[in-house]
Design a protein around this ligand. Structure first.
Ligand code: ADP
Ligand code: MG
Length: 249
């Protein structure tokens, strides 16, 4: 299990500062959702958390160790990432794609069983010999999640991975993410569907214009007032059986 701490983070791209003074604590074994309007800095925050972007100020630590002090292999053993526009050039089979997750482990003996297990857990074992170019959007996204799972990291960071998926695949992925946290992984996922956040995420981080609007337990953070302030829409939260329904209008 791993925890992430972000202290006074400022950062972005060359002369374009996006994130302003972000401080956060992401608890181990939790499912944390990041939400905010388009362009509010969600993907930029994840890029800082995987070390792709370097902070202008502030620090990110993982289990108390500065992210900046970890080498590529150590980092790949700590954090797996599925990006918003993750596309692989070339034609691999699903199994080859998933196997890429093992590159940081150098343990050929156990690799095959981990690859098989990762495909089985995500439910794509029957696709293992298929070329990735032949997969549907949902199947491809599941293969990418399987690759991240195969990396066997305590932290998984995922950027809008449920976009463009049908309701069945969407729920399948959300349930999978919950299952990963039950097994001790720390999962951080950018999500646009506020209903899904309400019903699946333990904690929520709300970003607005590159600043942290609020973070904490989802029920206390994703409130009617917060949705109004962050997204500039009205909303209502109702209960249907044991589910919560957030309607924006
Ligand atoms: P979100 O994921 O919340 O939609 P992003 O983090 O992708 O937003 O973008 C935040 C801001 O940074 C936006 O204004 C966007 O235009 C800008 N931005 C994103 N990527 C780059 C880049 N590679 N170079 C310069 N600016 C960028
Ligand atoms: Mg984004």
């Amino acid at each position: 299990m791993s925890r992430i701490e972000i202290k006074n983070l400022c950062g972005g791209y060359d002369k374009h500062t996006v994130l302003k003074n972000i401080s956060l604590f992401i608890t181990e074994g939790s499912f944390t959702a990041i939400a905010g309007p388009n362009g509010s800095g969600k993907s930029t925050l994840l890029k800082h958390m995987i070390g792709e972007l370097k902070p202008d100020c502030g620090e990110i630590t993982i289990d108390g160790t500065a992210l900046s002090s970890l080498n590529r292999i150590d980092l790949a053993r700590k954090i797996s990432f599925v990006g918003q526009k993750s596309e692989f050039a070339g034609d691999f089979t699903v199994q080859d794609l998933v196997a890429l997750g093992r590159y940081c482990h150098f343990d050929e003996k156990s690799s095959m069983s981990v690859i098989e297990k990762s495909m089985e857990m995500v439910g794509i074992k029957h696709l293992k010999n298929r070329l990735i170019s032949s997969l549907s959007g949902g199947e491809y996204q599941l293969a990418m999640i399987s690759r991240a799972l195969c990396q066997d990291t305590p932290i998984m960071l995922l950027d809008e991975i449920t976009n463009n998926l049908d309701p069945k695949h969407e729920l399948k992925i959300l349930k999978l993410l919950r299952r990963f946290t039950e097994e001790g992984k720390t999962v951080v996922c950018i999500l646009h569907n506020l209903n899904h956040i309400l019903n699946y995420a333990d904690n929520t981080i709300l970003l607005k214009d590159g600043t942290l609007y609020d973070s904490g337990k989802t029920n206390e953070t994703l409130t009617v007032e917060a949705v109004n302030k962050v997204f500039d829409v009205s909303c209502k939260i109702t209960h249907v059986d044991d589910r919560q329904m957030l309607t924006v209008y």
